[in-house]
Design a protein around this ligand. Structure first.
Ligand SMILES: [Zn+2]
Length: 349
């Protein structure tokens, strides 16, 4: 029996609570860093490499970890807000075991720009994603009700759409296959209505709908999900559970019913790859696959340059949930995604 980085994180957290001052801070720093360690600590130890290669690990913390690896103690149950998250080393392990995942060109179907709460202008964000080898991307800024994220008005959405059309014209003229989809992460209200007029949404290539308010209610939210899925203006239910690592468990629902409805309607379900979201997680993604959801959509949900690198968390989730690439929009040709969304809109109208 060997400990994973995630388990070491819980041990470090518990050990920190037993210490004072600088020792406590050292353990807390290491506990905060484990999820971004690129390799399993146990693999470094097995290879006689120093654990101080890992971020936030000094010699004293390394000695503590070695002692746990040599003689694993019981691991405390993580807090509810930290359950069901993959650590980076685990993501690498899953994708290394089946290199076909990383080898296949994969689009990024959620990212933000300065049109809402992203840090980079549209052109820069898109160029970075293109340079990473993404075959196409969806730009999914927020809608106006999300004031905290400077959401877009219909006019701003139209302006962004024209800018994207201009970028695609240049790609076409240059014989470059890369494309940018006009998209949005539109707020979905409790009654299933969306925070953007139908005509504006109808001009987009892909519409992601998401909940951003009343995310801490503990009552069952199944009706809210069903109402949103039934809105013919949307294509993808984004970060469905709306959870956040260490902060929020997200919404509660009869997930089988929610996913069965998505399957019946032909609506896509997102695997949000932001490490602190991982929404759906492996458990719910497995249920969604089992209920027959036809299409999954993976997005980095990047708000800054470095966050564009989060996509592997979504790929590892799909791999662990047994979702084949044939059921993931990101791995289809861009024309297939656009025509799928158009047909879905027309058949639901
Ligand atoms: Zn969101």
């Amino acid at each position: 029996m060997t400990l994973s980085n995630g388990e070491l994180g819980e041990l470090l957290r518990a050990a920190a609570a037993e210490e004072q001052d600088h020792r406590r801070r050292a353990l807390e720093r290491a506990a905060g860093a484990v999820r971004s360690w690129p390799e399993e600590a146990r693999d470094l130890a097995d290879a006689d490499r120093s654990l101080t290669e890992l971020r936030a690990v000094g010699p004293w913390v390394a000695a503590r970890i070695h002692a746990w690896l040599d003689d694993p103690p019981p691991v405390p149950e993580p807090d509810e807000t930290r359950r069901g998250y993959l650590a980076l080393a685990e993501v690498h392990g899953v994708l290394d075991a089946d290199p076909s995942w990383a080898a296949a060109p994969c689009a990024d179907l959620q990212m933000h720009t300065t049109f809402s709460d992203g840090r980079l202008p549209l052109e820069e964000m898109v160029e970075l994603a293109r340079a990473m080898g993404r075959p196409f991307v969806a730009v999914t800024d927020h809608s106006q009700t999300l004031k905290i994220a400077h959401g877009m008005t219909p006019e701003e959405l139209a302006t962004q759409g024209r800018a994207i059309d201009g970028m695609n014209e240049v790609f076409v003229a240059n014989g470059e296959p890369f494309r940018v989809l006009r998209s949005i992460e539109v707020d979905a209200f409790a009654d299933g209505s969306l925070d953007m007029d139908e005509a504006s949404l109808a001009r987009l290539d892909l519409v992601l709908a998401a909940f951003h308010s009343q995310l801490r209610v503990t009552e069952d939210s199944t009706d809210r999900y069903l109402a949103t899925l039934r809105n013919p203006g949307m294509h993808v239910l984004a970060h469905p559970k709306a959870r956040m690592y260490g902060r929020r468990v997200g919404l509660v629902a009869d997930w089988r019913r929610v996913f069965a409805e998505a399957a019946a309607l032909g609506v896509a379900i997102e695997l949000d790859a932001t490490p602190a979201r991982q929404d759906l997680n492996v458990e719910l993604a497995t249920i969604a696959r089992g209920e027959g959801v036809r299409w999954f959509s993976i997005g980095s949900d990047a708000h800054a340059a470095a966050e564009l690198g989060a996509l592997p968390f979504g790929l590892a989730t799909a791999a662990l949930a047994g979702i084949p690439r044939e059921r993931i929009l990101n791995f289809q040709p861009v024309e297939t995604v656009v025509s799928w969304a158009r047909e879905l809109r027309e058949t639901r109208r």
